[in-house]
Design a protein around this ligand. Structure first.
Ligand code: URP
Ligand code: ZN
Ligand code: ZN
Ligand code: ZN
Length: 475
């Protein structure tokens, strides 16, 4: 079945132009002015932007954490993502010490199979680098196409790995063409500060922020960047929140090291004061790293604009206020960390970024889709609008106005992190590999229609010689 999207304004990370897009089956087969096709369904995109589908490089769907499990899973989470203009998510596959990596990957396949409504892939957590793990890793990278590895430098006694583990992971990633991702906070010092705060009777949500100061994010970011440089490897710092961390990434990049950074919508538009909301409502805003003082927001926007930070991930990780966040009443350290962000990432970046003049349209597409496709081995199959690319497209009304609210979102969780925020711009229709998932703001997709994506190896910084270059993700 063919589709012809007519009259839209096509926006990629490089171009803006009016044109028509012909889709045959799953892919874009022609782009041009006044395209004709006798047997295609014509979709009118006059007055709309046509963006590549958003790529969310950072989600936690159906993830156990702090004695509970995220409210949103691969079905509700990807439906909400699609409503918000995202057509690919890369979720974090958690591993357990002492168990084969492949067990964890199979667990994540079981969580997502027959549930996701858009395409998805996995990053793999590494918490130890013993002989078994190092032996298994190349096979996982090859067979599963999992070309990004995650190391936590925080969450002591839960996920945290030591520096030796990070360093060996960086070495292995260099050898096998993977990108190492870090949650960069100094977990040992945070652990001490939490113990001290609780001993002094400081149990409210605001102490989550006070025990995780930005210096400890900057310190860990700098340490990870230096280890990446020493290993001559590549590093991606997830959820960057503050000036101290941005500075470390910028410094490493200015020296030519392959260090990349991601921020998230919550750090761009919310601040630490939300943690002080009365009646324990501050718990809704507990993320790690925490929300920061407002002056960090300009630093993050400027870093996205200048290219010091490359991507925006949602860090979707939702827990109900009732029954889940409440586990931390009387002890902020027991509040499950994370919030619902997958649906609003795309529109917040457009509304607060493009409409407010902080990002150009091309920069918006770059940070919301293209850079993630390049860094995580999906480009040019995903992340752009080109002949041969998957027809993952967002038809976007740039003038629609609405108010974000739990009353109209599509997640299962019982609150919105951005309640009451007025935004301009909204996805009208969203296609995943040529099929409508959202049509005229209605969900028309199907659980299980999302495909697992095997990704190419890391090659974003310097393209290898032409003969060895792979130009599309394996299908
Ligand atoms: O608070 C957060 N960010 N929760 C999700 C887990 C993580 O650290 O990314
Ligand atoms: Zn598999
Ligand atoms: Zn994290
Ligand atoms: Zn996360």
């Amino acid at each position: 079945m063919k589709k012809l999207i007519k009259g839209g304004t096509i926006v990629t990370a490089a171009d803006i132009y009016k044109g028509d897009i012909l889709i045959e089956d799953e892919r874009i087969t022609a782009i041009g002015a006044q395209l004709q096709s006798s047997d295609a369904e014509v979709i009118d995109a006059e007055g709309l932007y046509v963006f590549p589908g958003g790529i969310d490089p950072h989600t936690h769907l159906d993830m156990p954490f702090g004695g509970t499990t995220t409210k949103d899973d691969f079905e509700t989470g990807t439906i909400a993502a699609a409503f918000g203009g995202t057509t690919t998510v890369i979720d974090f596959c958690l591993t357990s010490k002492g168990a084969p990596l492949s067990d964890a990957v199979q667990t994540w396949h079981a969580k997502s199979k027959d549930r996701a409504v858009i395409d998805y892939s996995f990053h793999l957590m590494i918490s130890e680098t013993n002989d078994e793990v190092l032996a298994e890793l190349p096979e996982i990278i090859e067979k599963e196409g999992i070309t990004s590895l995650k190391v936590f430098m925080a969450y002591k006694n839960v996920f945290q790995a030591d520096d030796g583990t990070l360093y060996r992971t960086l070495l292995s990633a260099k050898k096998h063409g993977a990108l190492v991702m870090v949650h960069a906070e100094n977990g040992d010092v945070i652990d001490y500060l939490i113990t001290e705060a609780l001993a002094e009777g400081n149990t409210d949500p605001i102490y989550h922020a006070r025990t995780r100061p930005p210096e400890l994010e900057g310190e860990a970011t700098g340490r990870a960047a230096k280890l990446a440089a020493l290993a001559d490897s590549q590093l991606y710092v997830v959820h960057v929140t503050c000036e101290q961390a941005v500075r470390q990434i910028a410094e490493a990049r200015s020296k030519g090291f392959r260090v990349y950074g991601e921020t998230c919508p919550q750090y761009l538009v919310l601040d630490e004061s939300y943690l002080e909301k009365p009646d324990f409502e501050g718990a809704k805003y507990v993320w790690s790293p925490p929300l920061r003082k407002p002056e960090n927001q300009d630093v993050l926007w400027n870093a996205l604009k200048s290219g010091e930070l490359q991507t925006v991930g949602s860090d979707q990780c939702s827990f109900d206020f009732k029954g889940q966040k409440e586990l931390g009443r009387g002890d902020f350290s027991k509040i499950p960390n994370g919030g619902p962000t997958i649906e609003d990432r795309f529109t917040i970046l457009y509304s607060e970024g493009v409409r407010k003049g902080r990002l150009s349209l091309n920069q918006f597409v770059d940070v919301i889709a293209t850079q993630s496709a390049k860094l995580f081995g999906l480009f040019p199959r995903k992340g752009t609008i080109a002949v041969g690319s998957d027809a993952d497209l967002v038809l976007f009304d740039p003038n629609a106005e609405r108010t974000i609210s739990v009353a109209n979102h599509h997640l299962a969780v019982d609150y919105s992190a951005f309640e009451g925020m007025k935004v301009t711009g909204e996805p009208v229709s969203v296609l995943s590999r040529g099929q409508f998932v959202i049509r005229d703001k209605q969900f028309v997709g199907k659980a299980g229609s999302g495909q697992y994506l095997r990704r190419n190896r890391f090659a974003a910084s310097e393209p290898p010689a032409p003969e060895s270059r792979t130009i599309s993700a394996s299908r």
